[in-house]
Design a protein around this ligand. Structure first.
Ligand SMILES: Nc1ncnc2c1ncn2[C@@H]1O[C@H](COP(=O)(O)OP(=O)(O)O)[C@@H](O)[C@H]1O
Ligand SMILES: [Mg+2]
Length: 367
């Protein structure tokens, strides 16, 4: 059971607390991604798990063992950083073997381990090269090789792909995912990039200001964010946020804004909250476009169309706030210009309390 358990984990630098008591259970073999804006405490949390930062309060267990006071080298974890810091004077094989040498493994064990890791990572042809003679992606692979060769219970990654260009990043992302499928080692991965989080994670942990906002599978968080922070953080372009007030319609509660009335039949309890201020979360990809103004569609002032190939982003504004619609281009290139609004199924609208930003209870779960 190489799970990792964080219980009320706190980090304070002097009087300043930066991680405020977080709880998280990472299951054996799980790939968990900590994501959030810069400065929210991701690296600090990861470094506490690695043993590189002292834990101010709370408990950390790895594989069922309390490790708060266990030295990094005895925690059986391996960390891969953004700055992979290879030894420039050693070749690839020696870089990979470095940790095993320190542990005084036998020559045979080292040779076969390096061979195996080289094959896993596609580095066999480069084992005798120095880091300076490798591409960025190859260097990052060597850094991963150094982590893998130790056969740790847990891999910890801190923004390992941030130094790579966009194309290489996408490629390495897929390699890390394949590697995880193959080796099945429990992994905790830190990134500020929501696309990396969505594509890599079994479960995503969204952090904000030293706290956890929500934990769930990528699709759970994308479809059913618990608050406006998560709603705005995951998804590209992000969820549109529209200020509205609850009103009473013929068939149940409605959201009123700018003379529009959007039915909210999925939230009958709102019938008792007429006059309440809410924020409607509307995903750019969940709307259907409309080209007329009189079929009950919500009008949008369109000012820019970006065609990205298979799809287009229609930029406009609603209540003077930006509003984006994402739509397919194939078969409708000639009519994109005429888009003047949208319709959406009530179930796909997320409704948040305007005061607290929290999702209102009793919403239909989107699947
Ligand atoms: N050694 C330190 N002393 C004081 N504050 C620190 C130190 N290291 C990090 N912090 C603060 O802790 C917060 C979280 O930092 P960090 O975990 O690096 O964020 P992230 O990795 O999410 O970008 C930030 O506000 C940062 O300024
Ligand atoms: Mg960081």
């Amino acid at each position: 059971m190489s799970g990792v358990s964080l219980q009320r984990l706190v980090k304070a630098y002097g009087a300043v607390q930066v991680v405020h008591g977080i709880d998280l259970e990472v299951q054996e073999k799980e790939f968990v991604v900590l994501v959030g804006p810069s400065g929210c405490g991701k690296s600090t949390t990861l470094r506490m798990i690695a043993g590189l930062e002292e834990i101010s309060d709370g408990d950390l267990t790895i594989d069922g063992r309390l490790v708060n006071r266990v030295a990094p080298k005895d925690r059986d974890v391996a960390m891969v950083f953004q700055n992979y810091a290879l030894y420039p004077h050693l070749d690839v094989a020696e870089n990979i073997a470095f940790g095993l040498r320190i542990r005084k493994e036998s020559k045979d064990v080292i040779a076969s381990s390096v061979q195996e890791v080289g094959e896993i990572l596609g580095l066999t042809p480069y084992l005798e090269r120095r880091p300076a003679d490798l591409s960025g992606g190859q260097r990052q692979r060597v850094a991963m090789g150094r982590a893998i060769v130790r056969r740790p219970k847990v891999f910890l990654f801190d923004e390992p792909l941030s130094n790579l260009d966009a194309k290489l990043r996408t490629q390495m992302r897929a390699e890390i995912k394949r590697l995880h499928k193959r080796l099945g080692v429990t992994s905790i991965y830190v990134t500020h990039d929501q696309v990396e989080a969505m594509t890599l994670a079994d479960r995503i942990v969204v952090m904000h200001d030293g706290r956890i906002e929500q934990v769930g599978t990528p699709m759970e968080l994308f479809l059913n964010p618990v608050n406006t922070f998560v709603a705005g953080f995951l998804g590209s372009p992000p969820m549109n946020m529209v200020k509205a007030r609850i009103g009473s319609g013929d068939t149940g509660p409605v959201a009123e804004f700018d003379g529009n009335k959007l039915p909210l039949a999925q939230l009958p309890s709102l019938q008792n909250a007429v006059g309440k201020d809410v924020i409607l979360g509307i995903r750019p990809e969940f709307v259907t476009v409309s080209r007329t103004k009189d079929d009950g569609a919500i009008p949008v002032d369109v000012d820019l169309i970006e065609t990205l190939g298979s799809e287009a982003l229609i930029h406009g504004s609603l209540q003077k706030e930006p509003f984006v619609i994402r739509t397919e281009t194939v078969g409708q290139m000639d009519v994109l210009d005429g888009i003047s609004g949208f319709k959406i199924k009530p179930d796909l609208i997320r409704v948040f309390d305007a005061e607290t930003g929290s999702a209102l209870p009793d919403q239909v779960t989107v699947q």
